[in-house]
Design a binder for this molecule. Structure first.
Ligand SMILES: Cc1ncc(COP(=O)(O)O)c(C=O)c1O
Length: 321
């Protein structure tokens, strides 16, 4: 069954050893990283894989405008704006947060890609304003396509189902795949791909901002819906989704010592950049689990680097790192 997809991601992304990080942690499991921060499209990140399917869907529906929403420093919105520029769509982004005097980092890039920004001061109003923005664009004949938050629809999740195929083909033999999970599309795609392409290890999402219960329910639902797009419905249950919400108690985007330590460890021992919101937190969780001996010494843990580094340069984070 042909699934509509554009091909613009730089694939396959490499898998690299993190030998010096392992030494810095005084041993533990073998740790490798899959460089999905190198997927291309405006500094790369996990949204590139999702957007290959989402942009194809938008194009097939005859859309002319991409509309999406997120936080002011949303990586998803930055990559959506870049995809819109690349494939000739208009782009409107509904972003939560106070308007800064001078846009920096992801927000600066959104402007550079020509996106129109709608600011929402209070996050609770975001869904409503996103809908209003969509309705107005439709009335104005702009033929809008709503790219869901984080690109996490069943269509977007397919990006990570196929990432799992790519990974299985790379034959890395990892016992665990550990990564940042938030809107659940990456997680759902990996869980689906695990089943379809026969990955034998475990898929563990470190929550950035959601509870384990919410993630299990949402990811299993999304994986089930995405399986239909592959032509064969598979029922996933919340119980088979692995999620850990021990590391997000400070709240979304709040940089604390564990994230800071993870960012410094990766930078100083591997020359590798993590981001303050997602990969910094997921790596902090992985490091804590290594220290707690959650993984066995003879296991291999693959850290899926989902990108996000432009946020390092956001005024909000730069002076805290
Ligand atoms: C860098 C980065 N990593 C991970 C995630 C989480 O991915 P998902 O929304 O698919 O759960 C995001 C989401 O925006 C992200 O920007």
């Amino acid at each position: 069954m042909a699934i509509p997809r554009l091909h613009f991601a730089h694939l396959p992304t490499p898998v690299e050893e993190l030998e010096r990080l392992r030494e810095a942690l005084s041993g533990g499991p073998r740790v490798v990283v899959k460089r999905d921060d190198q997927t291309g499209l405006a500094f790369g990140g996990n949204k590139t894989r999702k957007l290959e399917f989402l942009i194809a869907e938008a194009r097939d529906q005859g859309a002319k405008t991409l509309i999406s929403g997120g936080a002011l420093q949303s990586n998803h919105c930055r990559q959506t704006a870049a995809a819109a520029a690349r494939f000739g769509f208009e782009c409107i982004l509904v972003l939560t947060g106070d308007i800064p005097e001078q846009p920096s980092a992801n927000l600066l890039l959104d402007h550079l890609f020509g996106a129109q920004i709608v600011h929402v001061t209070d996050r609770k109003d975001r869904d409503k304003i996103l809908q209003q923005t969509f309705d107005r664009a439709a009335e104005d004949g702009k033929k809008p396509y709503l790219v869901p938050y984080g690109g996490s629809s069943p269509t977007g999740a397919l990006g990570y189902a196929f990432a799992m195929k790519e990974f299985v083909d790379q034959n890395v033999q990892a016992d665990w795949i550990v990564f940042a999970t938030s809107s659940g599309g990456t997680h759902a795609g990996l869980v689906l791909g695990q089943r379809v392409f026969g990955y034998k290890g475990k898929v563990l999402g470190i929550s950035i901002d959601e509870s384990e219960d919410w993630l299990r329910a949402h990811v299993s639902e999304l994986a089930t819906a995405a399986s239909e797009k592959l032509g064969n419905r598979i029922e996933f249950t919340p119980a088979e989704v692995l999620a850990n919400a021990d590391y997000c108690k400070a709240g979304y985007g709040v940089l604390t010592d564990p994230e800071r330590e993870a960012i410094h460890l990766f930078a100083k021992h591997e020359g590798l950049l993590l981001d303050p919101v997602y990969t910094g937190r997921a790596a902090a969780g992985m490091i804590d689990l290594i220290r707690q001996k959650f993984f066995k010494e003879n296991e291999t843990v693959l850290f899926l680097h989902t990108g996000g580094q432009p946020a390092l340069f956001a005024d909000k984070y730069a002076n805290q790192i």
